[in-house]
Design a protein around this ligand. Structure first.
Ligand SMILES: [Fe+2]
Length: 274
Protein backbone atom coordinates (compact mmCIF):
# COMPACT_ATOMS: atom_id res chain seq x y z
CA UNK A 1 0.00 0.00 0.00
CA UNK A 2 2.88 2.30 -0.81
CA UNK A 3 0.65 5.06 -2.17
CA UNK A 4 -1.41 5.22 1.04
CA UNK A 5 0.99 7.50 2.86
CA UNK A 6 -1.49 9.60 4.80
CA UNK A 7 -3.69 7.47 7.08
CA UNK A 8 -6.11 10.38 7.54
CA UNK A 9 -7.15 10.47 3.90
CA UNK A 10 -9.87 8.08 2.71
CA UNK A 11 -8.69 5.63 0.06
CA UNK A 12 -11.17 5.32 -2.76
CA UNK A 13 -10.69 3.13 -5.80
CA UNK A 14 -12.38 2.10 -9.00
CA UNK A 15 -12.93 -1.24 -10.74
CA UNK A 16 -10.48 -1.90 -13.59
CA UNK A 17 -12.64 -2.26 -16.71
CA UNK A 18 -11.40 -2.76 -20.27
CA UNK A 19 -13.61 0.07 -21.62
CA UNK A 20 -11.28 2.51 -19.85
CA UNK A 21 -8.01 1.01 -21.11
CA UNK A 22 -7.52 3.68 -23.82
CA UNK A 23 -7.94 6.37 -21.14
CA UNK A 24 -5.29 4.76 -18.92
CA UNK A 25 -2.82 4.66 -21.80
CA UNK A 26 -2.78 8.46 -21.74
CA UNK A 27 -1.44 8.44 -18.15
CA UNK A 28 -2.47 7.52 -14.58
CA UNK A 29 -5.77 9.12 -13.49
CA UNK A 30 -5.00 11.54 -10.65
CA UNK A 31 -8.07 11.17 -8.40
CA UNK A 32 -8.00 7.42 -7.80
CA UNK A 33 -6.18 5.82 -4.86
CA UNK A 34 -6.34 2.19 -5.99
CA UNK A 35 -7.84 -0.17 -8.55
CA UNK A 36 -9.67 -3.46 -8.13
CA UNK A 37 -9.41 -6.08 -10.89
CA UNK A 38 -11.62 -9.11 -11.43
CA UNK A 39 -9.18 -11.95 -10.77
CA UNK A 40 -10.56 -14.30 -13.44
CA UNK A 41 -10.05 -11.69 -16.20
CA UNK A 42 -6.29 -12.00 -15.80
CA UNK A 43 -5.72 -15.72 -15.16
CA UNK A 44 -5.31 -16.84 -18.77
CA UNK A 45 -3.87 -13.84 -20.57
CA UNK A 46 -0.50 -12.26 -21.10
CA UNK A 47 -1.67 -9.93 -23.89
CA UNK A 48 -2.69 -6.26 -23.85
CA UNK A 49 -4.91 -6.59 -20.74
CA UNK A 50 -1.92 -7.88 -18.81
CA UNK A 51 0.31 -5.06 -20.06
CA UNK A 52 -2.34 -2.61 -18.85
CA UNK A 53 -2.74 -4.18 -15.42
CA UNK A 54 1.03 -4.29 -14.89
CA UNK A 55 1.21 -0.59 -15.80
CA UNK A 56 -1.68 0.17 -13.44
CA UNK A 57 0.02 -1.85 -10.72
CA UNK A 58 3.24 0.13 -11.17
CA UNK A 59 1.26 3.33 -10.46
CA UNK A 60 -1.34 2.19 -7.88
CA UNK A 61 -2.12 -0.33 -5.15
CA UNK A 62 -4.27 -3.11 -6.59
CA UNK A 63 -6.99 -5.36 -5.11
CA UNK A 64 -7.87 -8.72 -6.69
CA UNK A 65 -11.57 -9.60 -6.56
CA UNK A 66 -12.58 -13.15 -7.49
CA UNK A 67 -15.99 -14.32 -8.67
CA UNK A 68 -15.60 -18.10 -8.96
CA UNK A 69 -14.18 -19.46 -5.72
CA UNK A 70 -17.69 -20.75 -4.92
CA UNK A 71 -16.88 -21.27 -1.26
CA UNK A 72 -20.21 -22.98 -0.57
CA UNK A 73 -20.29 -24.95 -3.83
CA UNK A 74 -20.58 -28.69 -4.38
CA UNK A 75 -16.84 -29.27 -4.43
CA UNK A 76 -13.71 -27.70 -2.97
CA UNK A 77 -12.22 -24.91 -5.11
CA UNK A 78 -10.20 -26.64 -7.89
CA UNK A 79 -6.45 -26.83 -7.32
CA UNK A 80 -5.61 -25.60 -10.83
CA UNK A 81 -7.70 -22.46 -10.21
CA UNK A 82 -5.99 -21.83 -6.87
CA UNK A 83 -2.56 -22.29 -8.49
CA UNK A 84 -3.35 -19.75 -11.20
CA UNK A 85 -4.59 -17.22 -8.66
CA UNK A 86 -1.51 -17.75 -6.51
CA UNK A 87 0.71 -17.09 -9.53
CA UNK A 88 -1.22 -13.90 -10.25
CA UNK A 89 -0.82 -12.83 -6.63
CA UNK A 90 2.94 -13.38 -6.89
CA UNK A 91 3.13 -11.17 -10.00
CA UNK A 92 0.79 -8.35 -8.98
CA UNK A 93 1.24 -8.31 -5.18
CA UNK A 94 -2.31 -7.10 -4.43
CA UNK A 95 -2.95 -5.34 -1.11
CA UNK A 96 -6.34 -7.10 -0.83
CA UNK A 97 -7.68 -10.42 -2.10
CA UNK A 98 -11.40 -11.13 -2.02
CA UNK A 99 -14.23 -13.36 -3.19
CA UNK A 100 -17.87 -13.88 -2.21
CA UNK A 101 -19.99 -15.50 0.48
CA UNK A 102 -21.90 -17.63 -2.01
CA UNK A 103 -21.92 -20.65 -4.29
CA UNK A 104 -21.89 -20.66 -8.07
CA UNK A 105 -22.84 -24.29 -8.77
CA UNK A 106 -20.32 -27.09 -9.28
CA UNK A 107 -17.67 -27.99 -11.83
CA UNK A 108 -20.26 -29.69 -14.06
CA UNK A 109 -22.74 -26.83 -13.87
CA UNK A 110 -21.21 -23.44 -13.17
CA UNK A 111 -24.23 -21.14 -13.03
CA UNK A 112 -22.07 -17.96 -13.25
CA UNK A 113 -24.17 -16.31 -10.58
CA UNK A 114 -23.34 -15.40 -7.00
CA UNK A 115 -26.04 -17.46 -5.28
CA UNK A 116 -27.04 -17.01 -1.63
CA UNK A 117 -26.33 -19.57 1.07
CA UNK A 118 -28.14 -20.62 4.25
CA UNK A 119 -26.60 -19.10 7.36
CA UNK A 120 -26.43 -22.13 9.62
CA UNK A 121 -23.85 -24.31 11.37
CA UNK A 122 -23.55 -26.84 8.55
CA UNK A 123 -22.68 -24.15 5.99
CA UNK A 124 -20.38 -22.41 8.41
CA UNK A 125 -18.32 -25.56 9.03
CA UNK A 126 -18.03 -26.15 5.29
CA UNK A 127 -16.92 -22.55 4.70
CA UNK A 128 -14.48 -22.51 7.59
CA UNK A 129 -12.64 -25.51 6.20
CA UNK A 130 -12.49 -24.08 2.70
CA UNK A 131 -11.51 -20.54 3.72
CA UNK A 132 -8.67 -21.93 5.84
CA UNK A 133 -7.47 -24.10 2.93
CA UNK A 134 -7.55 -21.18 0.50
CA UNK A 135 -5.75 -18.83 2.89
CA UNK A 136 -3.15 -21.48 3.69
CA UNK A 137 -2.59 -22.07 -0.03
CA UNK A 138 -2.30 -18.36 -0.89
CA UNK A 139 -0.45 -17.59 2.35
CA UNK A 140 -2.65 -14.50 2.48
CA UNK A 141 -5.78 -13.24 4.20
CA UNK A 142 -8.89 -13.41 2.01
CA UNK A 143 -11.85 -11.03 2.37
CA UNK A 144 -15.36 -12.44 1.96
CA UNK A 145 -18.09 -10.23 0.46
CA UNK A 146 -21.81 -10.30 1.35
CA UNK A 147 -23.87 -10.81 -1.82
CA UNK A 148 -27.27 -9.56 -2.96
CA UNK A 149 -30.12 -12.03 -2.47
CA UNK A 150 -33.74 -11.81 -3.54
CA UNK A 151 -35.14 -14.26 -1.01
CA UNK A 152 -34.30 -15.73 2.36
CA UNK A 153 -33.62 -19.40 2.97
CA UNK A 154 -35.72 -21.23 5.57
CA UNK A 155 -32.69 -23.25 6.64
CA UNK A 156 -30.89 -20.13 7.92
CA UNK A 157 -30.63 -20.07 11.69
CA UNK A 158 -28.61 -16.88 12.20
CA UNK A 159 -28.15 -13.36 10.85
CA UNK A 160 -25.73 -12.88 7.95
CA UNK A 161 -23.72 -10.30 9.91
CA UNK A 162 -23.28 -12.67 12.88
CA UNK A 163 -22.39 -15.48 10.47
CA UNK A 164 -19.65 -13.38 8.83
CA UNK A 165 -18.27 -12.18 12.19
CA UNK A 166 -17.94 -15.81 13.29
CA UNK A 167 -16.25 -16.85 10.03
CA UNK A 168 -13.66 -14.11 10.54
CA UNK A 169 -13.10 -14.98 14.18
CA UNK A 170 -12.57 -18.69 13.46
CA UNK A 171 -10.73 -18.60 10.12
CA UNK A 172 -8.79 -15.33 10.16
CA UNK A 173 -10.53 -14.04 7.03
CA UNK A 174 -11.83 -10.47 6.71
CA UNK A 175 -15.02 -8.85 5.46
CA UNK A 176 -15.55 -6.97 2.21
CA UNK A 177 -18.74 -5.14 3.09
CA UNK A 178 -20.92 -4.28 0.10
CA UNK A 179 -23.16 -1.47 1.34
CA UNK A 180 -25.38 -1.53 -1.74
CA UNK A 181 -25.99 -5.28 -1.33
CA UNK A 182 -27.08 -4.69 2.27
CA UNK A 183 -29.48 -1.96 1.15
CA UNK A 184 -30.91 -3.98 -1.76
CA UNK A 185 -31.45 -6.97 0.52
CA UNK A 186 -32.99 -4.83 3.26
CA UNK A 187 -35.70 -3.63 0.86
CA UNK A 188 -36.28 -6.98 -0.83
CA UNK A 189 -36.20 -8.97 2.42
CA UNK A 190 -37.73 -6.28 4.65
CA UNK A 191 -35.12 -5.71 7.36
CA UNK A 192 -33.43 -2.64 8.84
CA UNK A 193 -30.01 -2.08 7.16
CA UNK A 194 -28.81 0.07 10.07
CA UNK A 195 -29.45 -2.78 12.50
CA UNK A 196 -27.47 -5.03 10.13
CA UNK A 197 -24.52 -2.61 10.31
CA UNK A 198 -24.85 -2.43 14.10
CA UNK A 199 -24.25 -6.21 14.27
CA UNK A 200 -21.14 -6.19 12.04
CA UNK A 201 -17.83 -6.35 13.89
CA UNK A 202 -16.02 -3.58 12.02
CA UNK A 203 -12.62 -4.72 13.20
CA UNK A 204 -13.00 -7.39 10.50
CA UNK A 205 -14.08 -4.99 7.72
CA UNK A 206 -11.10 -4.31 5.44
CA UNK A 207 -12.85 -3.02 2.32
CA UNK A 208 -16.19 -1.50 1.28
CA UNK A 209 -18.02 -1.70 -2.06
CA UNK A 210 -20.41 1.01 -3.22
CA UNK A 211 -22.59 0.40 -6.27
CA UNK A 212 -25.89 1.38 -7.87
CA UNK A 213 -29.09 -0.62 -8.18
CA UNK A 214 -32.29 -0.34 -10.22
CA UNK A 215 -35.76 0.06 -8.75
CA UNK A 216 -38.04 -2.34 -10.64
CA UNK A 217 -41.14 -1.42 -8.65
CA UNK A 218 -41.76 -4.66 -6.77
CA UNK A 219 -38.11 -5.09 -5.86
CA UNK A 220 -34.62 -3.59 -6.17
CA UNK A 221 -32.28 -5.22 -8.69
CA UNK A 222 -28.52 -5.15 -8.05
CA UNK A 223 -27.50 -3.93 -11.51
CA UNK A 224 -24.25 -1.99 -10.88
CA UNK A 225 -25.45 0.19 -13.76
CA UNK A 226 -25.58 3.58 -12.07
CA UNK A 227 -24.17 5.65 -9.21
CA UNK A 228 -24.93 4.66 -5.60
CA UNK A 229 -28.30 5.96 -4.38
CA UNK A 230 -28.66 8.60 -1.66
CA UNK A 231 -29.79 5.91 0.80
CA UNK A 232 -26.63 3.89 0.10
CA UNK A 233 -24.51 6.99 0.72
CA UNK A 234 -26.38 7.48 4.03
CA UNK A 235 -25.52 3.91 5.03
CA UNK A 236 -21.91 4.46 3.98
CA UNK A 237 -21.60 7.44 6.31
CA UNK A 238 -23.15 5.38 9.12
CA UNK A 239 -20.61 2.60 8.49
CA UNK A 240 -17.65 5.00 8.47
CA UNK A 241 -18.79 6.43 11.80
CA UNK A 242 -18.03 2.97 13.20
CA UNK A 243 -14.61 2.68 11.54
CA UNK A 244 -13.04 5.26 9.27
CA UNK A 245 -10.39 4.87 6.60
CA UNK A 246 -11.76 1.67 5.08
CA UNK A 247 -10.58 1.33 1.44
CA UNK A 248 -13.74 1.93 -0.60
CA UNK A 249 -14.45 0.85 -4.16
CA UNK A 250 -16.88 2.40 -6.63
CA UNK A 251 -18.33 -0.60 -8.56
CA UNK A 252 -19.87 0.08 -11.97
CA UNK A 253 -20.26 -2.96 -14.23
CA UNK A 254 -23.14 -2.23 -16.64
CA UNK A 255 -23.68 0.87 -18.80
CA UNK A 256 -20.16 1.87 -17.77
CA UNK A 257 -19.69 5.65 -18.18
CA UNK A 258 -16.52 7.55 -19.14
CA UNK A 259 -13.84 7.32 -16.46
CA UNK A 260 -14.29 10.99 -15.52
CA UNK A 261 -17.84 10.15 -14.32
CA UNK A 262 -16.40 7.50 -11.99
CA UNK A 263 -13.89 10.04 -10.69
CA UNK A 264 -16.85 12.20 -9.61
CA UNK A 265 -18.08 9.32 -7.42
CA UNK A 266 -14.56 8.84 -6.06
CA UNK A 267 -14.48 12.48 -4.98
CA UNK A 268 -17.95 12.13 -3.46
CA UNK A 269 -16.81 9.11 -1.42
CA UNK A 270 -13.82 11.08 -0.18
CA UNK A 271 -16.11 13.93 0.89
CA UNK A 272 -18.34 11.43 2.72
CA UNK A 273 -15.36 9.85 4.43
CA UNK A 274 -14.73 12.83 6.63
FE1 LIG B 1 -19.65 -5.74 -4.46
Amino acid sequence: MEKFLNPNISKVGVGLRHTHFPYFESGPPPNVDFFEAITENFLNTRGRPFTIIEKIRSDYPLALHGVSLSLAGEEDPPLDYLKKVKSLIAILDPFLISDHLCWTGGSAHNLHNLLPIPFNLETKLLLLGRIKKVQDFYQREVLIENVSAYFTLNSSTEEESDFMNDLCKKSGCGILLDINNIFVNSVNQDFNPYEYLDRVNFSYVKQIHLAGHSDLGDYLFDTHSRAPSDKVWDLYRYALAKKNNIPTLIEWDEDIPPFQRLEEEVKKAKRNGF
